[in-house]
Ligand binder design. Sequence first.
Ligand code: 13P
Length: 287
Amino acid sequence: MPLISMRPMLKEAQAGRYGVAAYNMIDYNSARSIIEGAAELKAPVIVQVSVKTVRHWGYAPIASWVGMLAASVDIPVALHLDHCSDSDVIKRCIDAGWTSVMFDGSALPFEQNLARSLDIYRLTEAAGIGLEAEMGAIGGTEDDKFVAEDKALLADLADCVAFCKEMPRLAVFAPAIGTAHGFYKGEPKIAYDLLRDITARIDIPIALHGGTGLAQEQFDRCIAGGCAKVNISTMHKRCYIDGFADLKVEKPKLGEPLPFIVSQYEAMKRDVMAMVRAFGSAGKAGA
Ligand code: 13P
């Protein structure tokens, strides 16, 4: 299928109370494992890209890999830009064929975050693609952004309501609810009450950032509470490296590169399929 916008995909997930897996791709092999893993389970999926990955490979190669892979399967696939505060990168992604983008103005004061998010909202609405925006400060490391544990800030409910009122067609809203990017060092303190209060007042699907390492019960509660997009990056990177390196340990004399790439692909795909099942989106493509 051609790439689609995240908005209708996530509206369906919100209504059906399941989560769409949103994986941060690394290269072609990784994008293939994400799309083919989801396709094997007939699940919609989001391939998202960190800004440094876009800068590394370039706009056109990523759009063409993901577009080509999406065209070869029968599930809805969206190509999304993850955490970006640079309008120029966002514009170039839109021009290259991305079907949604995230503007991350969470480091800005409320008024500036709103004003800049609104500028991008106008662009995405004109282009017919989806927008994700963030409020509060999600902890941990994602791309080049680091938010220390003591600087992570839960989103403010009144701010969230005022912010989303200005952008009723936001594809997905990312309030900080206590999850964090990277491997958790302790038990995450998820603000389920805040999530419930936000979804009681805002009819926009919610993005759950910091998916790596959450337990099934935590996924279940967040998805039941309105999270329709579940982000996974750190575990995907781990599978990418270990899938390759483990085979080197197992067969140190192997000189052919393709078995390494296959081993890496299988490790990433296994994790994608496990998460698709965990989020309840298996069988939901075209539902
Ligand atoms: P993890 O790296 O914790 O999986 O989080 C991914 C994410 O939220 C990307 O924005």
